[in-house]
Design a binder for this molecule. Structure first.
Ligand code: RRO
Length: 308
């Protein structure tokens, strides 16, 4: 079975990507994603203008059915990631960027526009963990104004990383905004922001930053991720592709993301726990499900989830 896919004229050898933040902080980690079997390419850690250490440790904790993190955007700085994606690689790259304020986002995109890089960029509008900074994409007016300003000068392929939404009206409102702009894709969902977990022996929260509040990932967020993929696929222009992110641990989960309309699928928490070998396993499991159902191509079922 052929799992090649094209997004914004970029040809990916497989539908699988890392979720930004996992296995993509350093050149060695990004190379490992590119060189691993069955990956489509690599998404960089979200880059800020300057290098950052991030929040105090411990800032990641594995839960029974997922994870909680408040990393706080540790990254090697925008020039490091721009340099990486501008070099030749065996598979495509997606440059993830995250301004700490609106002026940063504009400045980063001006730099990409002026650079040699012609590949995909993804603007992270949904980091839940920078102390004192709300998730941009929960402010609809601000998101609209930011995209209007960006597309007044930006002509390269650009997508956005979105936080999960939980109300159908919010899907309507955000899709109406996104449909005004020539976005290549959305990536949905970022972690479910500001969850909390407690160790009952110590009676303490399990991560240090933000009094224990952090973004949830992994199996526990799969239903939220599927809902966001489907809701946006039903509302967005067909030209805006969807990277489905959230809760993937098996080929079944990938199959559900694709049924909801995902064009590509990315893996965060499960990649962190299992390593890049997970992409071969997911590919084999997906191929088995497809063979059982008589599907020979993803197009046979993509976006074709049926109502009850
Ligand atoms: O670095 C982080 O704390 C982080 C980011 Br930028 C993000 O977008 N999502 C997340 O769960 N953690």
């Amino acid at each position: 079975i052929d799992f090649k896919t094209t997004m914004a004229s970029v040809e990916f050898p497989s539908i699988f990507l890392n979720a930004s933040g996992v296995n993509c902080m350093t050149v060695a980690e990004m190379d490992e994603m590119i060189n691993a079997a069955c990956t489509g390419g690599v998404v960089t850690k979200s880059a800020t203008p300057q290098q950052r250490e991030g929040n105090p440790q411990p800032r990641y904790y594995q839960l029974e059915h997922g994870s909680i993190n408040s990393m706080g955007l540790p990254n090697a700085g925008f020039p490091y990631y721009l340099d990486y994606v501008t070099r030749e690689h065996a598979k495509p790259t997606i440059l993830s960027v995250a301004g700490l304020q609106m002026s940063d986002n504009i400045e980063l995109l001006h730099k990409i526009q002026a650079s040699e890089y012609t590949g995909l960029t993804e603007l992270n509008l949904s980091c839940p963990n920078v102390i004192g900074k709300p998730q941009v994409a929960y402010d609809f007016e601000e998101t609209d104004a930011l995209l209007a300003e960006i597309f007044s000068f930006y002509t390269k392929p650009l997508g956005v990383k979105l936080p999960p939404y939980f109300d159908l009206v919010h899907f309507d409102q955000m899709a109406a905004i996104l449909n005004k702009y020539p976005l290549t894709h959305i990536n949905t969902v970022n972690s479910v922001g500001n969850g909390l977990w407690i160790d009952i022996d110590t009676e303490k929260v399990v991560i240090k930053p933000k009094q224990g509040f952090g973004g949830l990932g992994g199996a526990m967020i799969l239903p939220t991720a599927l809902a966001n993929v489907r809701a946006f696929r039903q509302r967005l222009n067909p030209s805006i592709k969807i990277i489905g992110t959230g809760g993937v641990t098996s080929g079944k989960d990938v199959f559900m993301h694709l049924l909801c309309g995902a064009d590509m699928v990315s893996v965060g928490t499960a990649l962190l726990h299992e390593g890049v070998g997970i992409f071969q396993r997911l590919t084999d499991e997906l191929a088995t499900i497809m063979a059982e159902k008589g599907y020979t191509s993803i197009e046979d079922f993509r976006g074709k989830v049926q109502d009850f």
